[in-house]
Design a protein around this ligand. Structure first.
Ligand SMILES: *[C@@H]1O[C@H](CO)[C@@H](O)[C@H](O)[C@H]1NC(C)=O
Length: 438
């Protein structure tokens, strides 16, 4: 319904107009009006100078130091271990606290531990630090500032970990070196300008349903295609040669020579393409019950990791996600039941659902086994669908992404009380290790 315009009679109209004019231009209004104009001009100048004059650039440093109040554990040497992850996150949190509450506030972007090694007095830490400073600044000058901030907080702050000051060294590195250092780690996303993608970028853009993905947002996503018939399933890159996917993707055809894998946010054109060397289905995959719906795909040639193609981390088998944890599912699948495959990668935020709820008579009535994980919403709507099969369900822990599920099955898509059912990756951690060594 539209609102009818207000009608003035010929006689009334001029009087109303006159009164308004007189009220509007009193001295206070005039002063406020002038102030507002000045403020707008000020803001405009501010915006222009921000973009034109303050041309910020990323500066990267490699930091090495000793922490003396903790003991080295053997598991620190294994990058995917819970011990390494937790300790690294603690160090990273401490470093960001140091820089975020300092004069360099807003300049500090991110830190990442790349290695923990044993030392007779504690633990040696190697990490990458990222800052943004005006491009006119020199790497040496910024290095001095960074050191000063750090030394200052070692003196004045109560820190949970004791950094040994004489052991601290900082080396300026270029973006290529930085990428190589970070590429040794899994589950990291970066934009094309080498900035780390913050975890919140995807959360903000999802209101309800599936949004298209940005380049580099889900760099481990692959499309498995049958030569001649196109996209069949999704898959996740877990090393430079191995993909993890669902066993049911190979029901019709498991001849590796008939398959290819592509990477990137679109199916055509792909960012990268690989032929398949080997397909390994779980020996106990059961097609009636969907049990053990997991398979490994080995590529014929190694992948060179980049901002666009990167591997996801495998979770430690001990990691437990409580119900209602936010997780993301991505895929090229249809957006409606029985709809067409999408050329652009899409993503959706869903929540984990406890097995007790998912196995209830009014939900999946006893069909859920310990190797399955339910995620979605009990009122439906947001879900994985046909063509997403084999694709990743990922969980973000302090900007490091873990593969927790493989799209497996579900009754229709997005129906109430029929959430998506995923292969529970933690349950198959040892199986994956036994086949790939990862
Ligand atoms: C789900 O219920 C069925 C039937 O009651 C049961 O056999 C199965 O073990 C349950 N699943 C889990 C993971 O407990």
């Amino acid at each position: 319904m539209m609102y009818a315009p207000v009608e003035f009679s010929e006689v009334d109209y001029p009087r109303v107009k006159y009164q308004r004019r007189q009220q509007f231009w009193n001295p206070i209004r005039l002063a406020l009006f002038t102030l507002a104009i000045v403020a707008i001009i000020g803001i405009a100048i501010g915006i222009v100078t921000h973009f034109v004059v303050k041309d910020d650039k990323s500066f990267y440093y490699f930091a090495s130091f000793k922490i003396t109040n903790i003991k080295y554990k053997e598991k620190y040497g294994i990058r995917n271990s819970r011990e390494f992850t937790e300790r690294s996150h603690q160090i990273e949190r401490m470093i960001s606290r140091i820089f975020q509450h300092s004069s360099g506030k807003g300049r500090f972007i991110k830190s990442h531990v790349t290695k923990l090694s044993p030392d007779k007095n504690g633990v040696n830490v190697l990490m990458v630090l990222m800052f943004r400073y005006p491009s006119t600044d020199s790497a040496e000058r910024i290095k001095k500032k960074v050191e000063m901030i750090l030394y200052q907080s070692l003196k004045t702050k109560q820190l949970p970990l004791t950094i040994n000051k004489p052991s601290f060294t900082l080396t300026s590195i270029d973006s290529k070196k930085m990428r190589n250092l970070l590429n040794s780690r899994c589950g990291i996303r970066m934009t094309s300008s080498n900035m780390l993608l913050p975890a919140s970028s995807s959360t903000e853009r999802i209101v309800q349903g599936r949004e298209t993905a940005m380049e580099g947002e889900w760099p481990w996503q692959a499309s498995l295609q049958l030569i001649g018939s196109g996209h069949q399933c999704g898959a996740s890159l877990i090393s430079n040669t191995w993909l993890l996917t669902a066993a049911h993707c190979f029901r019709k055809n498991k001849d590796p020579r008939q398959w290819i894998a592509t990477f990137g946010t679109t199916i055509t054109p792909p960012a990268m393409k690989r032929s398949v060397e080997k397909i390994i289905l779980h020996e106990k995959y059961h097609k009636e019950t969907n049990e053990n719906d997991i398979a490994l795909v080995q590529l014929t040639t190694q992948i060179k990791f980049s901002n666009v193609v990167q591997r996801v981390c495998l979770p430690d088998s001990s990691i437990k996600l409580p119900p209602k944890t936010s997780v993301f599912v991505t895929g090229f699948g249809s957006v409606i039941d029985d709809g067409p495959i999408q050329n652009k990668l899409r993503q959706a935020r869903v929540e984990t659902i406890s097995t007790d709820v998912c196995n209830r008579t009014d939900v999946y009535d006893g069909l859920i086994t310990p190797g399955m994980l339910c995620a979605g919403f009990m009122d439906g709507k947001v879900d994985a669908c046909k063509g997403d099969s084999g694709g990743p369900l990922v969980y973000d822990n302090h900007d490091i992404w873990y593969l927790v599920g493989i799209v497996s099955w579900g009754q229709s898509c997005g129906l109430p009380k029929k959430p998506g059912v995923y292969t529970r990756v933690t349950q198959y951690r040892d199986w994956i290790a036994s086949k790939t060594g990862i």
